[in-house]
Design a protein around this ligand. Structure first.
Ligand SMILES: Cc1cc2nc3c(=O)[nH]c(=O)nc-3n(C[C@H](O)[C@H](O)[C@H](O)COP(=O)(O)O)c2cc1C
Length: 406
């Protein structure tokens, strides 16, 4: 049975050339047994007629905040309360900008502002619009506030250009909706430890050795676990992003501090995602005061940091241990070696030199490798979708996960 059966889905349609594809989404959702109500912006109606959506959804289409067919009901409030999920497909640059800035000047933007339901955007626009730093900032901001995204595809756009910005495949949109409902609380009862971000290894009180990890992948994993009902402990190195709602954040700076915090929390957890980029070495000496520029040469001796993953591998018992390997060559081989040496159950390996993966990016792609040697290729997608996909694959292979035991 489809997970969307009986669910109440509001589809918001905005004024993009891909608006006609929303009709396919509505039609497929109704066939799967969902109840669907459609809100269109005034510009969306330039592209597709409400009659099409009305017929496909079997419900009136909503577009005017001030028309009151249901006399006693205020549409933006009643739709906001009715929705189990609100999906904007396609989402224009305009609606993203409006929601990111709290603007509620039509029925769709006002309903988005008023709803407690999860809101999902499926953006579609010309590549130059999509890559415009303002649009990208709005997307990052919305993600940090818990809005979900179905990333656009790369391909030939309606305007003739080639690039990123094409609406995701209808099937991917349907999978994301289905995934949302089926995942909703599949991690309930589990305590999950996630590590994220870089570490700092101090040379003196104001200088340190670090790496470019932004923490985005680990934070996405933590957010995805929390969304799915887990009790999440996030141990994070210094990053500039906000912690996802509903997770317990433990801030650390050095590898040693991360080691101690992880070892402290780990015994009560059933699963660990170790996405932090921990410094392998630290300066042997951390000068107590600022190092002065009075020498021509300064030799720094580095000593090894404790290996957090290896120690977890030794102590893990029945805990599921998922490691990450950021590599620049021989990805699969190095990842397998790391998994064996550290007694991991899974490893996520990616080539950080690739365009769509690695430090600081909003997307990721890579391989999920199991202890048994199965290799699952995960194509480029938004880090949040990537996180859910990893969790899906991991829990599918761990039927004995002790959910509900905490
Ligand atoms: C032919 C045509 C195609 C358009 N396609 C898009 C699009 O794919 N994505 C987009 O963000 N804006 C697109 N626009 C611009 C939007 O329609 C415009 O920004 C509008 O204000 C969006 O309003 P709405 O978000 O309230 O629907 C297009 C405009 C025209 C005339």
């Amino acid at each position: 049975m489809s997970a969307v059966k009986g669910k109440k889905v509001v589809i918001g349609i905005t004024g993009g050339i891909a608006a006609y594809k929303a009709a396919e989404v509505v039609s497929a959702l109704v066939k799967k047994g969902a109840q669907v109500k459609v809100i269109m912006t005034a510009h969306a109606m330039e592209f597709i007629k409400p009659l099409t959506l009305e017929t496909l959804s079997g419900n009136p289409v909503y577009y005017d905040m001030f028309s009151r067919p249901g006399a006693w009901e205020i549409d933006h409030i009643s739709l906001a309360k009715w929705a189990d999920l609100l999906v904007v497909v396609p989402a224009t640059a305009n609606i993203l900008g409006k929601v990111a800035h709290g603007i509620a000047d039509d029925l769709l933007s006002t309903t988005i502002m008023a709803t407690r339901a999860q809101v999902v955007f499926a953006p579609a626009m010309n590549t130059n619009m999509y890559t415009n730093p303002i649009v990208q900032e709005n997307i990052s901001f919305l993600k940090s506030k818990g809005y979900m995204f179905i990333s656009p595809a790369t391909g030939r756009l309606a305007c003739g250009d080639y690039g990123e910005g094409k609406l995701a495949d209808v099937q991917d949109i349907l999978d994301a909706i289905e995934g949302y409902f089926s995942r909703k609380s599949d991690l309930k009862g589990l305590r999950i430890l996630v590590t994220a971000g870089p570490t700092r290894e101090y040379l003196d009180p104001i200088r340190f050795i670090t790496n470019p990890s932004s923490g985005k992948m680990g934070y996405a994993i933590a957010a995805a676990c929390a969304e799915r009902g887990a009790d999440v402990e996030l141990v994070s190195g210094p990053v500039s992003i906000s912690p996802p709602p509903g997770v317990r954040l433990h801030r650390v700076e050095t590898a040693q501090e991360m080691f101690e915090k992880v070892m402290d929390i780990f015994p009560s957890c059933q699963m660990v995602f170790k996405a932090a980029a921990v410094g392998d070495y630290r300066p042997e000496t951390c000068y107590p005061t600022k190092i002065k520029k009075d020498r021509d040469r300064l030799t720094v001796t580095l000593v090894k940091n404790p290996d957090i993953l290896k120690e977890l591998g030794k102590r893990k018992g029945s805990c599921i241990l998922v490691g990450f390997a950021a590599e620049t060559e021989n990805i699969e081989e190095y990842a397998m070696k790391k998994m064996r040496e550290k007694n991991l159950d899974f490893i996520v390996a990616n080539d950080v030199t690739r365009q769509g993966a690695g430090f600081g990016k909003d997307t990721n792609e890579g391989l999920l490798i199991t202890r048994q040697g199965e290799v699952i290729n995960i194509p480029q997608m938004d880090k949040m979708e990537f996180a859910h996909r990893i969790i899906d694959e991991v829990i599918r292979r761990c039927p004995d996960l002790n959910q509900g035991s905490n």
